[in-house]
Design a protein around this ligand. Structure first.
Ligand SMILES: NC(=O)c1ccc[n+]([C@@H]2O[C@H](COP(=O)([O-])OP(=O)(O)OC[C@H]3O[C@@H](n4cnc5c(N)ncnc54)[C@H](OP(=O)(O)O)[C@@H]3O)[C@@H](O)[C@H]2O)c1
Length: 362
């Protein structure tokens, strides 16, 4: 333990990373339910186990899964009071556990912490999940691109999307959607339609590559597509499935509106003669090496200005409940990011520089 803290302190001096020895600020679920159930607590500094690294966090991604865990909707999975939310962080490696490559020490990385542990000044993560963050990429951008970019990339692959095809991204204003829009546009989609709840959101999505903006019901033109990437599911999923061309493919990558209706299977079968396909996609089914390769490619593309990390806001870690309220109110466009106090006074990001979007500026 002492050796690890020594490492952490000397690295903090060298890199400017934030390290609090002995105690770490973290955000835990004190009561399942609304955002008010989140509280800032002090924890003993975590220690990396075998195969893990310790990261002084600079940016922490806030996602829909965090909100579901906080609400208690995933109680069946065994989440308990005191759980630290957060699965995606970027920061500097300050210690390595046994069997982890010591050359990670001092590197700024993106990491997948799993289903928790991320909302903290220091977080442990499997060394196998790490992706180096290029010097020119802010940590907030890294956690915004991270998982969402992987889901969008492999969701399009699952849909067997090919250049020239028409694509609809349903629920395009979220972290996954803004990535799917950009990737489809950059890959040469014939049309990139989106659903959005306001004209202002539609305009922002056009700047990312959308060519057609529909309301949440999907009313408007075009009304048929080769590929639909669906983040929403819920009661309207059969109506969107019916918008596929013959041989079209709909891939559900999320379910922010809940499960589809019970007769979805029957309605899917009624379209038998159009040879349409429905699939789900979970990033859990992709190998770690493939995920890391795609994340590294997307980080590089973002530093070249070819992909835009859509950061809605960067909020202090201790205001995590406010970040959850913003998500709950439907205010968030792209991704909301937390940052611990130490990082705000040291280095959250490299100096700002304008990054053009794929289709103009935001
Ligand atoms: N496949 C995977 O491996 C994977 C990985 C991580 C997360 N997920 C899933 O992805 C989802 C979260 O993704 P995200 O963060 O990109 O989404 P999000 O930001 O929570 O929602 C995306 C957009 O959907 C629209 N929307 C929200 N509620 C809606 C409703 N009831 N009906 C219609 N539209 C609605 C909103 O845009 P407008 O207001 O503009 O309509 C919102 O911006 C969750 O279901 C999560 O479990 C999947």
């Amino acid at each position: 333990m002492r050796r690890l803290l020594g490492h952490a302190l000397s690295l903090a001096k060298r890199t400017g990373a934030s390290v609090t020895v002995g105690a770490v600020k973290a955000v835990a679920i004190q009561a399942f339910g609304g955002p008010e159930g989140l509280a800032l607590i002090d924890l003993p500094a975590p220690e990396p186990a075998a195969g893990q690294v310790l990261i002084a966090t600079e940016a922490i991604g806030v996602g829909g899964v965090d909100a579901m865990i906080r609400s208690g909707a995933l109680a069946a999975y065994g989440f308990e009071r005191g759980h630290i939310l957060g699965g995606e962080v970027a920061g500097t490696v300050t210690a390595v556990g046994a069997e982890a490559d010591p050359s990670w020490l001092g590197q700024r990385v993106w990491a997948f912490t799993g289903v928790g542990g991320g909302y903290a000044e220091q977080a442990v993560a499997p060394a196998a999940s790490l992706v180096p963050v290029p010097a020119a990429l802010p940590s907030a951008d890294a956690v915004t691109l991270g998982n969402a970019g992987v889901v969008a990339h492999f969701g399009l692959r699952q849909a067997r999307f090919a250049p020239g095809e028409s694509v609809l991204v349903r629920g395009a204003a979220g972290g996954i959607g803004v990535m799917a829009v950009q990737l489809a546009a950059r890959a040469g989609a014939g049309a990139v339609a989106v659903t959005a709840s306001s004209a202002e959101r539609g305009d922002r999505l056009r700047q990312l590559g959308a060519t057609h903006v529909l309301d949440r019901t999907g009313a408007g033109a075009p009304d048929v597509y080769d590929v639909i990437i669906d983040v929403v599911a819920g009661a309207d999923l059969p109506a969107f499935f019916a918008k596929l061309n013959p041989n079209g493919r709909l891939v559900a990558v999320g379910a922010v509106a809940g499960d589809p209706p019970p007769d979805f299977g029957t309605r899917l079968f009624q379209a038998f003669r159009k040879s349409m396909s429905f699939a789900t996609f979970s990033a859990d089914t992709v190998s770690g090496s493939e995920r890391r390769a795609v994340t590294a490619q997307q980080f590089a593309a973002a530093t070249r200005g070819e992909l835009k990390a859509v950061v809605h806001d960067v909020v202090p870690l201790e205001q995590a409940a406010d970040a959850h309220r913003m998500m709950q109110e439907g205010e968030v466009f792209g991704r909301i990011v937390l940052t611990p106090a130490g990082s705000r006074t040291t280095r959250v990001t490299p100096p700002a520089r304008p990054v053009p979007t794929a289709a103009g500026s935001d």
